[in-house]
Design a protein around this ligand. Structure first.
Ligand code: GLN
Length: 194
């Protein structure tokens, strides 16, 4: 069987990622148990509630398996998924996976009522159109290590909103809620060959 992109489906916004991957012609399936990582070549940790996702990762025995998987497979974390990828979080209820060295600030961009869409420029497609970035109780990035690359900033305040280290990518906003597949396509083309 061909390997697929796994989408962690413990809680939150995972189905739209699967739809987007299918739109790109990439096989994708949900991951809820460690053995489901076996036929994956990459993993997406979607948005949702990082405190809940963190608890369920522990409960389902996924913490060590995801960390081991991430040593030689690409992982993309979106919103709550970005928080899970940090080395440090400003909330003790979250035990992050430590895949990218930075501190995640929960709800940095305000609460649900402060959700907004803003155009951002993608460094890897600087001649292309702006990306309509949807921020929903989105995390901020702090204490970013020098060896982490920033691939996009929030144009209003110059804060990092897409970061990358090695084959991992983390972003504050929700690309799967748009029709714009450029970020998923970039992650796959750039990282999945590694
Ligand atoms: N605020 C949520 C958290 O801290 C993340 C929100 C989202 O994933 N859209 O987990």
């Amino acid at each position: 069987m061909d390997k697929a992109v796994g989408v962690l489906a413990l809680q939150g916004a995972y189905q739209k990622h699967i739809d987007m991957l299918h739109a790109l012609g990439v096989p994708a399936h949900t991951v809820r148990q460690p053995h489901e990582l076996d036929d994956c070549f990459a993993l997406i940790i979607p948005g949702g509630e990082s405190t809940t996702i963190s608890l369920l990762i522990q409960k389902n025995g996924l913490y060590k398996p995801i960390k081991a998987f991430a040593e030689n497979h690409p992982v993309m974390g979106v919103c709550a998924g970005m928080i899970m990828m940090a080395t440090e979080v400003d909330d003790d209820r979250v035990t992050p996976l430590g895949l990218i060295p930075f501190k995640a600030l929960r709800n940095h961009y305000g609460r649900q009522v402060h959700s907004f869409t803003t155009d951002i420029e993608l460094d890897f497609d600087s001649k292309g159109p702006a990306f309509p970035a949807i921020f929903i109780r989105a995390p901020g990035v702090d204490k970013l290590s020098d060896d982490v690359q920033t691939l996009a900033r929030n144009n209003n305040n110059d804060e990092a909103v897409i970061i990358s280290k090695g084959h991992h990518l983390a972003l504050s906003f929700h690309p799967e809620l748009t029709d714009d597949t450029r970020i998923h396509a970039y992650w796959l083309s750039h990282f999945s060959s590694s």
